[in-house]
Ligand binder design. Sequence first.
Ligand code: NAD
Length: 500
Amino acid sequence: MTSPHLIALLPEVSAFLQRRHGLWIDGGWQPASAPADTPVRNPATGDIISFVSDASADDVDRAVCAARAAFDGPWRAMRPADREKCLVRLSELLETHGEALAQLETLNQGKSIHIARAIEVGASVEYVRYMAGWATKIEGSTLDLSIPVPAGARNLGMTLREPVGVVGAIVPWNFPLMIALWKLAPALACGCTIVLKPSEDTPLTVLRLAELTAEAGIPPGVVNVVTGHGHSTGAALTCHPGIDKLTFTGSTPVGKQIGHQAIDNMTRFTLELGGKNPMIIMDDLDVPAILPGLMAGCFFNQGQVCAAASRLYIQQSAFDRVVGELQNAMQALTLGSGLDPSATLQPLVTARHRNRVAELVSRAREQGVEVVTGGQAPTRPGYYFEPTLLVNAADDNAAMREEIFGPVITATPVRDLDHAIACANDTRYGLAASVWTRDLNAALSAVRRIKAGTVWVNSHIPVDPSLPFGGFKHSGYGREHGSAAIDAYTESKSVCIPVF
Ligand code: NAD
């Protein structure tokens, strides 16, 4: 914190870190059953920066009961236009406190302050505003029915969309504030109430968000936050019979477990899971011109992005050129704290995660995969890992199969587009993909044949509040964003009325 390169923390941030954080239940801070002594660390140094609580099953029950009471009470009674107003006020508060939130996220998650400002805060403000607008636009349909008895009868049909109820939302550590808001904003727009559980590694911005929801005029109990570990706090939320809908973003194994548990209670669920996303690069593009886009697709947030490109399939005739340019660009990245605005690659989120990435790379090396650049965790404090480019990995190598979720990519030469698409689809995942070419027919052919929830052409990574996002195959179940999110937080009710 003493380096002259690091931006100075706002007093608001330092004061927030000093607290021992309780749970946000029913519109205020409540102590958990156990003392708030779970440390939260700064990935750039490994230092403890704050302490939070580990919510027990009883604590989770209190939060769910508060959410139920708010759902049956003031929130359900509120006009859609008033829910919209609350969400607009929340977006304004997020903007007002934007720099503090960005600093808090960078300190806790490790990401670049630029990304924290532009995405965790900036894009989230726009997301909340977009979803606020939906509160007044949720609609069903009217139908002229053809029920045959009694003879001559006419019936009018209607569908209503009603809030699904109390939502349990479990979020990961890569974009803690943004992904929490991807769940909170549509849930509240639809009239649901929510119990949010952030990752045990990155709880701080969601705790601060809880306070801002109260300032925005959102009634007590509508938003509740329980911090804690997945196997305890998360499992208690997943199994709670008072939850009507579970929305989970995280790894595929945990998502599948949550899906099974949800079915036991017939709880509705949406799962946004992992990816092993292909990037197809054809030989008809100017490599230096597309290089910034390729690098962003692979290394944005240190590759800790579910949709990040990790398997590159490059047309044989361009392979050496693309690999050479990537190698140069990767070697030019400068490792440093997220609070150092000049650093271009930041630490991974935890020592545990960094060690897992290092282990996967060292296993690949032992199995004969060539490490073109990177491959090591540098000896310095914090959880850094060098940007790493692997070539000659066999199709069945773990580096080609498992989600690494770090700054590690594989590059594989392919003969032509057909070969590239066959390789791209040779995975159990199906979250995202990109194809890079000037040939419109080739691009559209790839778009139709790649089995993934999102396919970008000549870019890789951008998302928009209006564009549905989610995975095929083992990458998820359901969609977030746009009208798909409204469907996900409402139930359809059919009404039939005889017309005399
Ligand atoms: P994770 O699955 O380990 O944890 C995610 C959340 O689930 C955390 O809050 C954790 O505490 C909780 N959890 C863990 N075990 C649980 C259990 N048994 N019951 C209930 N909750 C439990 O994932 P992570 O390591 O935090 O995040 C990285 C993963 O998230 C990657 O696989 C990444 O691809 C995925 N992800 C997906 C998307 C998407 O939109 N598809 C977005 C971001 C991250």
